[in-house]
Design a protein around this ligand. Sequence first.
Ligand SMILES: Nc1nc2c(ncn2[C@@H]2O[C@H](COP(=O)(O)OP(=O)(O)OP(=O)(O)O)[C@@H](O)[C@H]2O)c(=O)[nH]1
Length: 685
Amino acid sequence: MGEIKRTQTDSGSRSSSLSILQDDQEGFSPTSSNALVLVQNAPIVSSYNERIRPMLDAIDKLRDLMVMDEGIQLPTIVVVGDQSSGKSSVLESLAGISLPRGQGICTRVPLVMRLQHHSDPEPELSLEYNGKVEHTDEDNISEDIVNATNLIAGDSKGISDTPLTLLVKKNGVPDLTMVDLPGITRVPVRGQPENIYDQIKDIIMKYIKPEESIILNVLSASADFSTCESISMSRSVDKTGERTLAVVTKVDMAPEGLLEKVTADDVHIGLGYVCVRNRIRDETYEEARAIADRLFETDPFLSKIDKSMVGIQVLADKLVQIQAASIARNLPDIVKKINDKLNSYLSELNKMPKKLSSVAEAMTAVTQIIGTSKESLKKILVRGEFDEFPDDKHMHCTARLVEMLNKCSDQLHECNKSDSKSNFLLEEIAILEEAKGINLPNFVPRNAFLIVLQGKVKGISSIPIGFVEQVWSYIEDVVLSVLKRNTENYYHVQLSARRAGHNLIEKKKERSINWMTEILEMEKLTDYTCNPEYLSEWHRLMTKQETFIQMVLRGAEININVEGIGMVEVGGLRKYSQVLLSQAFDLKMRMTAYWNVVLRRLIDIMGLHLQLSVSNLVNKDMEMEIMNELLGPNHGGGIERMLEEPPSMAVKRQKLIKSIKKLKESKEVVCKIMDDRFTYADYLV
Ligand SMILES: Nc1nc2c(ncn2[C@@H]2O[C@H](COP(=O)(O)OP(=O)(O)OP(=O)(O)O)[C@@H](O)[C@H]2O)c(=O)[nH]1
């Protein structure tokens, strides 16, 4: 049995170092399962180990917490190599335990191997996968790994990227965490999918891409390194090789020329080469170690290789140092990333709406939503304050509404002017001729005036109706967008508010159209105004009547400028009698004076109606409609439904809570070691 050699330190402690030696011959028991043994170290080495261990433990804890899922990469030694290059054999030698070995694909899932030295002579081994922990021992570990792999990746030769963690607590092992990955193969064997190469490559790339990863490239001595797939993969992510270390296995099978190969370093391995001869077949670790040592001492080719480049101990030392340096280098950044992520998730969670847990809370939320929406709408629709939407001109409502009203007014006035200048008085004459009766000739018949008036009102009626429709569709737009903004966090209220908003505006629009139609009917029915402007304007216009008629009858002019109308053609009027022309002129001037009054009356009243409707909408109708939508008999249960979060929101909240929990635990882990007064730079190599 190999033994662990210890001596008392000055302080009497029995702490172990990383120094790994092969058992010497004296006192060596061949039954030992340990390939590596520890000797008591100088205090400086020992303290180095004691300081590194907490950092490694912290990183391992972060790995267990799956902090990598949050996009925080951890320093990891990743073991890659072409199929059967000897990856598992190297790990076995480092751990002193049996792993599944053999020809063809053995490693089919990422195997996270955590080696931890512990003082108890009894090793403790456990496997963790799919959220469970299984305890095992050295005799069964190989078989248990195979079984666990089968459970994760299936019984055939398929692979999976679900990791399997093997924790080895054993006296004398170096404190190392490494991930063994499936070996690269181009040709699928029976039971393997056609794209096996791509699958393996994807897993390997995922692990070796992060800058924090150290690549342990396992190369068979007999292989041409430059054609190894694992070399081309590692070089694709680490061009200079600064984070790649090469282990050359099977040196016993191809010793010749190996020295030249590793010294030439054609493939740019920045962290250097270590040549090893692994345990094969049923050799014990001790036998294997002795054979390896002898080989590097006596083989004519291998003995020429510098001793700092051969043997498992050298590999263990290098790995521990590289690992420590990598952790020390990356730890501050990891701490920062954990803090940054945690803060950003916390603020995201805080920004999310509070999850409603009772009807009272839901009612309060609805009241708040309605209150806020009312205030916003009062500001933009009634008071003309647009500080909530400074850059969105569409929401500067009072300005937009008055523009619509002005446009409507322009259209109405344009329509009035459209009386053809060439048909001047002809329409009036035609109506007068049909409205004549047995009565005195110098009275303008009222029915003739009403006929002209009705025609004119009919002619413009589509303009105010169009205006009403345009205004309400604009208000609907504004109201729905304010409601949407204020209900964003309450899915069901948003739906109800939207429905309520739409229904309400439809009702208001219908009322306005009915009202407008009634106004137009009123205008058609009666010619009335108490506005004195009508009479004064008519009088003013009538002062030109005599002159106009004389000019027409004289026949000297074809075009005459008529006050209030402009230039008109009069050639066709000469044939009519003076009485008829006088009546027609009178009728025209009455209508001109009165029409101005009608148009102003329409525009004024449209403006006032609009203000009243908007004010009612904002101050009472909207609240009533939304409440009715949420609580009314047809849509009961609306408030209860508010207690359910929309699925997307619930998923997001759960995800955030989970990530925050993970990051808080991670923060605790790193805080603990940051508190210990390490100077991390001390560990940089
Ligand atoms: N002669 C000799 N054989 C070795 C050495 N290292 C490994 N082998 C043998 O090579 C074969 C493959 O070794 P593994 O350790 O299973 O290789 P692997 O890279 O882990 O294999 P996969 O994970 O399946 O790709 C086994 O039969 C080992 O015994 C060595 O140094 N010398």
